[in-house]
Design a protein around this ligand. Structure first.
Ligand code: B4P
Length: 186
């Protein structure tokens, strides 16, 4: 199964993806986690990504596409994967489509998780207090929400037109939301 996970920052993409990879036995690729790892290990990509992330902006499309083009060709992706937080812009979605075409693959579903903005901000402020993530400060959180509505939300229509979009309510108990997603996919 090849899935894309979408939704505003804090909606629970990462939280749900970790649970679903076990259920579907597929690889979980979080571009946020990969980028944070690049920053922690001081790679060239990490150095380029850090300023954008800490400022609440998206990392440039060319860097993301190069990174995912390499990653999706690795052996562990041949049985399926769950893309968490990628694509996040129209050029990334179009770039992903060409990578998939080249690999003779296609996406099965794009899952869009939804929640209202008060709940999202509350979750991220809480996460910032617990994890100390640099981009979970109130100002940056608000900026990331805005960036989502400007640059990522148009992808909902993109996948609706491809007839693979599923919308799932991301408010409620974590286990209950996992159950909703699994039900909508089977
Ligand atoms: P990400 O790491 O993808 O982070 P996110 O969108 O903030 O979080 P997510 O929706 O996964 O929420 P989570 O499960 O953690 O991105 C970080 C940055 O990386 C971006 O701003 C950007 O700069 C860069 N980046 C990543 N991908 C990129 C791309 N493709 N292009 C360009 N730039 C890119 O949940 C949030 C909190 O809520 C957690 O504390 C969790 O415990 C809690 N929670 C989850 N579900 C809950 C529930 N049901 N009830 C209550 N709390 C819940």
């Amino acid at each position: 199964m090849r899935l894309v996970f979408m939704g505003p920052p804090g909606v629970g993409k990462g939280t749900q993806a970790k649970r679903l990879k076990t259920h579907f036995k597929i690889v979980h690729l979080s571009t946020g986690d990969i980028l944070r790892e690049e920053i922690n290990t001081n790679t060239r990509l990490g150095g380029q990504a850090k300023t954008f992330m800490n400022d609440g902006q998206l990392v440039p499309d060319n860097l993301l596409l190069e990174m995912m083009n390499n990653r999706l060709r690795q052996d562990d992706c041949m049985e399926g994967y769950l893309l968490d937080g990628f694509p996040r812009t129209l050029p990334q979605a179009q770039g992903l489509d060409s990578i998939l075409e080249d690999l003779n693959q296609s996406l099965d579903r794009a899952v869009n998780l939804t929640a209202d903005s008060d709940e999202l901000i509350r979750r991220l402020i809480l996460r910032g207090q617990e994890s100390g993530r640099d981009d979970d400060s109130p100002d940056v959180i608000r900026k990331r929400q805005q960036v989502y509505w400007d640059q990522t939300a148009p992808l909902i229509d993109y996948y609706r037109k491809q007839q693979i979009l599923i919308e799932v309510n991301g408010i409620g108990e974590i286990a209950e939301i996992t159950h909703r997603i699994i039900k909508s996919l089977t």
